[in-house]
Structure formats: C-alpha cells, structure tokens
Design a protein around this ligand. Sequence first.
Ligand code: ATR
Length: 275
Amino acid sequence: MKKLYGVIGDPIAHSMSPVMINDLFDLYGIDATYMPFHVSSDGLEAAVNGLKALGVVGFNVTVPHKTEIMPFLDEIDPMAKAIGAVNTVVNKDGRMIGYNTDGRGYVRGLKEEISSLTGQTVLMIGAGGAARGIYFSMAEAGVERIDICNRTPSKATELMRTCPFPVKTEVFDIKKAEELLPQYDLLIQTTLIGMAPKIEGTPLSLKGLKPDSFVSDIIYNPLETKFLREASSAGARTQNGIEMFVYQGALAFEIWTGIFPDTERMRENVLKQLG
Ligand code: ATR
C-alpha cells in the first residue's frame, strides 16, 4: 500500500517541500506520496491524532506549529526538546516521535562550504527560534566559540544559558557587534530582516567585515538579501538559506527512510520551484 507523508502548517500552499520530497520518492523508487495539509492552530491536536489514525508514516511541521505541537507527540528527541521546537515527526508503530532537523540541517549545509568548523570565530545575528536550533547544532558540532548579537541582548543571553553543549559565548548589542566585526571569520544571519517583501533592510552594518570571511543568511527569498549583496561586495564568500532548507529536508528524509538523499538534486528542484 502506498505510504503517506505530509507537511502541516498555516499557511501551507506555498510550501516547496511536497515537490522536493515527492521527487525523492520517485528517484529512490519508494511507493509513497507527500501532501501539504492546511492545519490551523485550534485544529492542531485533532490533526496529529488524525494523521496517527490514518497511519501517516512521517510529516514535517512548519510555522506556526513547531512549538505548539510538542505536547501532542508521544516522544521528543533530546535536541528538539532542548531547542523547544519540532519540524519532523515519524510515526513509529503508532508512537509519534518529534525531531528537529533545522539546526543540524543548517550545519550540514555549512560544512559543504567550510570543511572545518572548529577554530572559526563565529558571530550569530539574532536570537529567535531559528537561531536556537543553529546555535545548539553548531555547539554540538564542536564549534568552540559563537558570539551572539541581537536587538534585545537579554534574549541572546537566555539562549546561551539553555544550550546543552559546551560553547563559549559573548553577547553584544548590534552597535558593539559592528565595532568587533573585523575579528569574525563567519557571520550567521538568522533574523527575518531583508526577507521579501521588506527586502531593503539589513541587521547590521558590514563596514568592518574581514574580506576573507564567510557570510551566511538563512533567508532564501530573495536568493540574495541586501546583507549578502553587501558581504559579497566586501569580498566575502556567501551562502543563502537554500542550503538550510534542502538539508533540513534531507535529514527528515533520512529519518523516515534511512536514505540520505541527493542534495544537489534537491537544490536544483527548489531553485526550479522558486523560478
Ligand atoms: P524565528 O523563529 O524565525 O527566528 P523569532 O523567534 O520571532 O523568529 O526571532 C526573530 C529574530 O529577529 C530575533 O532575534 C529578533 O530580535 P529581538 O529578539 O530583539 O526581537 C530579530 N528581529 C526581528 N525583527 C527585527 C528588527 N526589526 N530589528 C532587529 N531585529 C529584529
């Protein structure tokens, strides 16, 4: 019988996951289909129970349900519990188990560009939900030092305090981070500043940027944010948010099927969907 997978969110119509994951089922000859499900917040618990009752094998969870879904699952992987958000669920013999592949996906994508993450001096911009997963996963990967700057520094301090892996961190406001910019090898932009439709914003000035640094932005709409454009003009190598999206999907696919899929094909698929 055909296996059923999906993604729940609100809104969900523009999710690129169904086309990306169904293409992988075709590629690996797996008799399965992946569907988008529009689920509102007040229908979330019923949706989880419904997916379980229907025998759905696995599903992704997107905005705004990543945290709210947690009480409705039977088990949560330790990393997802630490982050406080789930983006991937697997139905294991009727037990719904939640994982978070966003941060680890980000790190896998970054490793494609930077072979050794240890020894890098890292500045992360932002301290929201996406930043949490990335910071914890970078710490898990053995990065020794990750500084954080945020409009509200107290949120960054709180994030740092709850990290389950050892990592050295200093927290700065934006102005201080701009002054210290020449010391960083790697900048990770995790806020939504610069995302369409408000494409004109940048989270901090790159005036002091080290020319041989690497600058990464988790936004993929637009493909090149103003922040990345400025980084590129200053001589830095850059990476947009496509990698994180592709690798979080690849890690979810691996959890469901045991196969780590062809990420180059996934990237091409996503770029085609973005037009
Ligand atoms: P996500 O889950 O996508 O990371 P979030 O949890 O709302 O979203 O976090 C948004 C991040 O963007 C935070 O770091 C936030 O800064 P604050 O902690 O000070 O709120 C940052 N952010 C959002 N809008 C901002 C703005 N206009 N200027 C500066 N920072 C902003």
